[in-house]
Design a protein around this ligand. Structure first.
Ligand SMILES: Cc1ncc(COP(=O)(O)O)c(C=O)c1O
Length: 314
């Protein structure tokens, strides 16, 4: 017998998520933020590191300090917030918490691959709902599919990775009014559009909003994500949370970053301006089959390489 003989049958042909590190001069291919951190963040981090207990002791299992800062920021209670090792971990928690083997989960297509991966690891069945030719969401189709497939979870991503398209708050609301299953609204790139649904978590206890410090706040290496939802929703997710999940250093630096919001949002404005300039330039390139407008910090293009019909995001 080998290890392979013991692996779950359904995982034998499963391809693990792999993003190869290539030797670029400027690396932003995972939609990162290339700007340096605010000097006060670096200064506070150095002081934080001087306290040896900060590294030798386990972190607070509840990440209370960061949750309190986030709660102040969003005008909600810390009980409305859960922190994760990137929002990736919260995608795992939400599937673990709600999906039983054979349950349906609705996922946009094309979109972020982790929804399907987390669902498959959890024995769920992924039902893709397609975006339009120009990658718009069709809220009526989503509601229809919910009624038809009775999913345990509905994922929506806005701005959507990799298309950069968005769903409006009105569209999300019209879905929330008609479906009762947990709705996961992934707002990983929301700072680039500033049209969040956070204020609706009180009205819709089935709404979970996922956000991250990895994109606009330039902390991809720290792996800090958070979910905002009703107290019931957060209590449910806590059932699946591993203890001490968020490293102390990650929550401390995320807190310092939050204190300099204006600086990071100025960088976001800068990126938005440059995205539009890049979009204009790309549309001039004849060898590109299509360049799609984006509301995030990346642009989806379709190359004219007929062999692979490759879609790449820049
Ligand atoms: C739409 C979306 N959601 C979630 C994530 C995960 O972000 P993180 O785990 O770094 O918070 C990403 C990362 O690329 C993403 O594009």
């Amino acid at each position: 017998m080998t290890i392979k003989d013991y692996i779950r049958r359904d995982l034998l042909n499963f391809k693990p998520y792999h993003a190869p590190l290539k030797p670029y001069d400027i690396k932003v291919d995972a939609n990162e933020n290339p700007f340096s951190h605010h000097p006060s963040v670096i200064e506070k981090t150095k002081i934080w590191l001087d306290n040896k207990d900060h590294l030798t002791r386990y972190p607070d299992t509840d990440s209370m300090e960061l949750r309190t800062k986030l709660a102040d920021f969003y005008q909600v209670s810390p009980q409305n917030i859960i922190c994760g090792v990137g929002s990736d971990q919260l995608i795992e928690y939400v599937t673990k918490c709600f999906v039983e083997p054979g349950d349906n989960v609705l996922v946009p297509d094309p979109s972020f691959s982790m929804y399907g991966i987390a669902n498959a690891l959890n024995h769920g069945i992924t039902i893709n709902y397609e975006l339009s030719d120009t990658f718009e969401y069709d809220e009526n189709m989503i509601v229809r599919l919910c009624l038809e497939h009775n999913p345990k979870l509905l994922f929506i991503c806005t701005p959507n990775n990799p298309t950069g398209s968005i769903i409006s708050n009105e569209q999300v609301l019209s879905i929330l009014k008609k479906v009762s299953c947990p709705v996961v609204l992934d707002e990983a790139y929301d700072e680039f559009v500033e049209e969040s649904m956070v204020s609706y978590i009180k009205e819709y206890p089935n709404l979970l909003i996922l956000r991250t410090f990895s994109k606009a706040f330039g902390c991809a290496g720290l792996r800090v994500g958070y979910g905002i939802g009703s107290e019931d929703m957060i209590e449910a997710l806590n059932i699946c949370k591993s203890p001490y999940n968020l490293p102390s250093i990650s929550s401390a630096i995320a807190g310092f970053v939050l204190e300099e919001e204006d600086y990071y949002m100025a960088n976001v404005s800068n990126m938005n301006i440059n995205r539009e300039l890049l979009y204009e330039e790309l549309t001039q390139l004849e060898w590109l089959k299509a360049v799609y407008p984006s509301k995030a910090n990346f642009i989806l293009i379709k190359t004219s390489d007929e062999d692979t019909n490759q879609i790449a995001s820049y």
